[in-house]
Design a binder for this molecule. Structure first.
Ligand SMILES: Cc1cc2nc3c(=O)[nH]c(=O)nc-3n(C[C@H](O)[C@H](O)[C@H](O)COP(=O)(O)OP(=O)(O)OC[C@H]3O[C@@H](n4cnc5c(N)ncnc54)[C@H](O)[C@@H]3O)c2cc1C
Length: 296
């Protein structure tokens, strides 16, 4: 790597070298990253990305690490994490604005306390606001796009832009923000009594707890195909529920989850992903598209 710790420390105060990624992801898988740098505000982030780019260094923006698989033996680049100002939440009327690093659970807890409803369908999604807006996180009961009012991004030229909802295109687990960095987003919510909001959250959480595995994972591995059966049903129909390779297994609770049973390596997960896609394509002619981001 050409960028040095000293150069990174000149633009960001929190720089870690050879940081293990396993403890930064919900999969609990991942080798070391060359540098792990935390940006505490937009200014720091801009300076950091400017430096990284000037050095032609590769980088990856990490949120809560709940949708990623670090596949390389070592990530020879800079992992950029957001903290500080990016954890702020505020309210203006019925609009709540949250920084990119705010976990959805924290955002929801804030909304409950303020008596504001609309985020309940996102209950139990372990991501942070930035990645969840860029990836239009959601469930079949609703997606983050439903309440998002506007978003502030850092575009490819490192310029800050505030975009109203109608200038962003959202689709299933995707948006036109992919490739940009979300700095914060505002959500238009509706007043409601906190006990009523909590009741709905608890019901979504109970449903999730009954249908999803409790071992470490990165959520749904594949996107559901645009029509026909969902990915989990197709994988299950191939007889793969519970199938193990090394320390990874196709969950016996939900076939679209791969779980880390203890000491899974990234190769184990990738082998299971290949196996599931090949079998589904052979048996049903459906090409599965990964939902998790494989970082190499
Ligand atoms: C048990 C479990 C259940 C889950 N259930 C659901 C579910 O029901 N619905 C659902 O949609 N997802 C679900 N997920 C997946 C995951 O929580 C979501 O995709 C979430 O939005 C990812 O957020 P994150 O902060 O963890 O992103 P990360 O995993 O850290 O990153 C994901 C991607 O977003 C990019 N990114 C990170 N920060 C930013 C930013 N500020 N701006 C732009 N891009 C950024 C990263 O570079 C990466 O490409 C689940 C995951 C788990 C482990």
């Amino acid at each position: 790597m050409s960028v040095t710790k000293k150069e990174l420390l000149a633009v960001a105060s929190d720089v870690k070298e050879s940081e293990p990624m396993a403890c930064r992801t919900t999969f609990r898988i991942g080798a070391e990253a060359g540098f792990f740098v935390t940006a505490k505000n937009a200014g720091e982030l801009k300076s950091l990305l400017g430096l990284i780019r000037s050095k032609n260094e590769k980088y990856f923006i990490l949120g809560a690490g709940s949708n990623v698989l670090f596949a390389a033996r070592r990530y020879d680049g800079v992992i950029v994490s957001l903290d500080g100002d990016f954890r702020k939440i505020s309210r203006d009327g019925n609009t709540v604005t949250a920084g990119a690093a705010v976990r959805l659970a924290i955002l929801e807890a804030f909304a409950v306390k303020e008596g504001l409803s609309g985020l309940e369908p996102l209950s139990g999604i372990p991501g942070a606001v930035g990645a969840s807006v860029a990836g239009n996180a959601g469930t079949r009961f609703g997606s983050i796009e439903d309440t998002m009012e506007s978003v502030t991004i850092l575009d490819g030229a490192l310029a800050e832009k505030n975009l109203p909802k109608n200038s962003v295109t959202f689709s299933y687990r995707n948006s036109s923000l992919t490739g940009h960095i979300v700095l914060e987003a505002s959500f238009a919510l509706k007043p409601d009594r906190p006990p009523e909001i909590l009741k709905r959250i608890n019901s979504f959480m109970a449903r999730r707890s009954a249908t999803q595995p409790h071992l470490p994972s990165a959520g749904s591995v594949f996107k559901n195909p645009p029509s026909g059966d969902p990915a989990g049903k197709l994988i299950e129909a191939c007889g793969l529920k519970g199938y193990k390779i090394g320390g990874a297994a196709i969950s016996s609770e939900h076939a679209n989850f791969i779980v880390n049973t203890g000491a899974a390596a990234a190769e184990d997960v990738l082998a299971l992903m290949r196996l599931a896609s090949e079998k589904v394509e052979k048996n049903f002619g459906v090409k599965l598209e990964p939902e998790i981001k494989v970082v190499i």
